[in-house]
Ligand binder design. Structure first.
Ligand code: NAD
Ligand code: UDP
Length: 336
């Protein structure tokens, strides 16, 4: 089987390519390198003993996509390519709609032309906005609160409409909770550009001395210790989720949305405590005001993933902390 992976040189994409290789699958990556570097290909090769085919192209370039589908015999697409910073999406909505929604539309058009009807899409728990109930199951109301979340929801809806129009299509929209950690080799991991928006890379950069201290955004939420609660999931577990989802394509299955989370929520302060304990390091922090747009708690009801594709998260919080630090300490400046 040959799998086209859009955004395959990025954080989650690179870990997924390693898992695909481990299953003996052929991988073709298309990425415009707007948020990744080709050195990732060397690292993937070192880990898996195999180099993916790499095509530098933008998913909005229909000709480039058509060429890929005619040159390679693609069985399914895993679609990671996209811009992902919530704050940036508020400041630059048109750029986000163009890259994420138009990009996905172009990809689906090329797939339709090539009669490739199987796609796994990187969706996000942000489609639940401020969640209707906890833990969050797939039937919770979808109500987004920023352009990034709306992009994800619109792409899901476009894919759903396509499945309604033509029964050959099979879509698995994986709604990720909070991916963290890195491959245990320490060769691939998250390489944020500039100041990290996300908690975990901020903690590891404080630990390595790149940043002075962590700001804990709010200690007055309605949670046991007042700081925000999220469902952190090891990126390798997430990657394996994509391999499991591919197995669903044995027959046409229409549109399916599936949460990928552990079902456990941890607060910011618990994350700091856990990182310190596992890695025997101190993380200086200060309590800061709440970050605009943040919610108190968000964690998954992950049972559907187990029921429909036999997937559940295997790696716990200690492993996430250990692997995140292993990657950061081996690569203090990321892939540079
Ligand atoms: P990433 O930025 O590391 O990877 C995305 C990749 O897509 C990058 O390599 C980038 O160069 C590429 N890309 C972006 N726009 C492109 C375009 N128009 N054409 C071709 N390539 C393009 O991000 P990631 O963390 O690996 O996330 C992957 C996907 O998962 C994204 O769609 C993201 O929205 C989604 N997601 C991520 C998280 C998270 O916390 N990391 C959570 C939920 C969902
Ligand atoms: N957070 C924090 N300090 C930071 C970054 C994040 O306290 O420097 C908190 C944030 O308010 C939230 C949690 O950590 O409660 C996870 O935030 P992240 O940005 O990683 O993920 P998301 O907001 O997408 O769930």
């Amino acid at each position: 089987m040959a799998i086209l992976v859009t955004g395959g040189t990025g954080y989650i994409g690179s870990h997924t390519v390693v898992e695909l290789h481990q299953q003996g699958l052929e991988v073709i990556i298309v990425d415009n390198l707007s948020n990744s570097k080709t050195v990732v290909l060397d690292k993937i090769e070192t880990i898996s003993g195999k180099r993916p085919i790499f095509i530098e192209a933008d998913i909005r370039d229909s000709q480039a996509l058509d060429d890929i589908f005619s040159e390679y015999n693609i069985d399914a697409v895993i679609h990671f390519a996209g811009l992902k910073a919530v704050g940036e999406s508020v400041a630059q909505p048109l750029r986000y709609y163009d890259n994420n929604v138009v990009g996905s539309l172009r990809l689906l058009e090329s797939m339709a032309k090539a009669k490739v009807h199987n796609i796994i899409f990187s969706s996000s728990a942000t489609v639940y906005g401020s969640p209707e109930r906890l833990p969050i199951d797939e039937d919770c109301a979808l109500r987004t609160t920023n352009p990034y979340g709306t992009n994800k929801l619109q792409i899901e809806q476009m894919m759903g409409d396509l499945c309604t129009s033509d029964q050959n299509w099979s879509v698995v929209a994986l709604r990720y909770f909070n991916p963290v950690g890195a491959h245990s080799s320490g060769l691939i991991g998250e390489d944020p550009s500039g100041i990290p928006n996300n908690l975990m890379p901020f903690i590891t950069q404080v630990a390595s001395g790149l940043r002075e201290q962590l700001s804990v955004f709010g200690n007055d939420y309605d949670t046991p210790d007042g700081s925000g609660i999220r469902d952190y999931i090891h990126v390798v577990d997430l990657a394996i989720g994509h391999v499991k989802a591919l197995a669903m394509f044995k027959q046409s299955i229409g549109f399916n949305a599936i949460n990928l989370g552990t079902g456990n929520g941890y607060s910011v302060l618990e994350m700091v405590e856990s990182f310190e304990r596992v890695n025997q390091l101190k993380i200086p922090y200060q309590i800061s005001p709440r970050r605009p747009g943040d919610i108190a708690s968000c964690y998954a009801q992950p049972d559907k993933a187990y029921a429909v594709m036999g997937w559940q998260a295997e790696k716990g919080l200690d492993q996430m902390m250990k692997d995140a630090w292993h990657w950061q300490s081996k690569n203090p400046k990321g892939y540079q």
